[in-house]
Design a protein around this ligand. Structure first.
Ligand SMILES: C[S@@+](CC[C@H](N)C(=O)[O-])C[C@H]1O[C@@H](n2cnc3c(N)ncnc32)[C@H](O)[C@@H]1O
Length: 221
């Protein structure tokens, strides 16, 4: 039997370790990577953080592993996330975070040294050029946007997704986008940004499964 619930409720469960999946409109179903977000920053995160100059705004910070890792390095950082539980967990871990949408009014607009769109957060809202233009406006004219992308290949695409649990509970559909790494330059152009660098890093997860993560850095100038 399937039961309707909210994405927010299911995301909250995922942030407490319960198995939650992402259902794509084409039928694919993949586990939500919450276990990685709940751990400490590691692997490819380190190369990302090394490129982040403060103050850093982590857009869609989740439970705050990147905000906390930056703070531990002495880099001023704040997360912004629409999800109340994500913000609570970030603060509980010692990080600064605001419960707000990236499209809302935010502190230090136009003066962040770096904005992060990690863990596929370029997908937020399903309209990557709009999101990237918004994030670009948040950083200082000499600042940078660091984004994580999908593996190369295939077209950039936006589609509805929803969260589901193995016991049949389903959240509402919401828009999300996938941007492959080889579309980074075209995306930056649409957002009036300049692609500065693209890189990828191999890492192993907690059970030793290897995977590669893809990133890009862009600036306003
Ligand atoms: C893929 S998860 C990111 C995980 C996170 N980077 C981490 O380290 O745990 C996407 C996050 O974006 C947040 N989000 C979705 N829409 C948002 C918006 N409009 N503004 C800010 N955050 C948003 C979600 O609540 C969720 O925490």
């Amino acid at each position: 039997m399937t039961t309707a619930t909210t994405s927010s409720a299911l995301y909250g469960e995922a942030l407490h370790g319960s198995p939650v999946h992402v259902r794509h409109a084409d039928g694919r179903c993949v586990p939500l990577a919450a276990a990685r977000w709940l751990g400490a920053a590691r692997g490819a995160d380190m190369a990302l953080l090394a490129r982040a100059h403060g103050p850093v705004l982590d857009v869609g910070c989740g439970p705050g592993r990147l905000v906390c890792a930056l703070a531990a390095r002495g880099v001023p950082a704040m997360g912004v996330d629409t999800d109340r539980e994500a913000v609570r967990l970030t603060r509980r871990a010692g990080g600064a975070a605001l419960q707000r949408s990236v499209f809302d009014d935010l502190p230090r607009q136009g003066s962040w040294g770096t904005a992060l769109l990690a863990d596929g957060n370029i997908g937020i809202g399903g309209d990557p050029p709009r999101l990237l233009r918004r994030v670009a406006a948040l950083v200082h004219p000499l600042g940078r946007v660091l984004l994580e992308l999908a593996p190369p290949g295939g077209a950039a695409a936006s589609a509805a997704v929803r969260l589901e649990t193995p016991d049949g509970r389903r959240g509402e559909w919401f828009p999300w986008a996938r941007v492959p790494s080889d579309s980074a330059e075209a995306l930056c152009r649409k957002a009036d940004l300049r692609l500065l660098e693209a890189w990828s890093v191999d890492e192993s997860d907690a059970v030793g499964i290897r995977r590669r993560r893809w990133f890009a850095a862009a600036s306003r100038g």
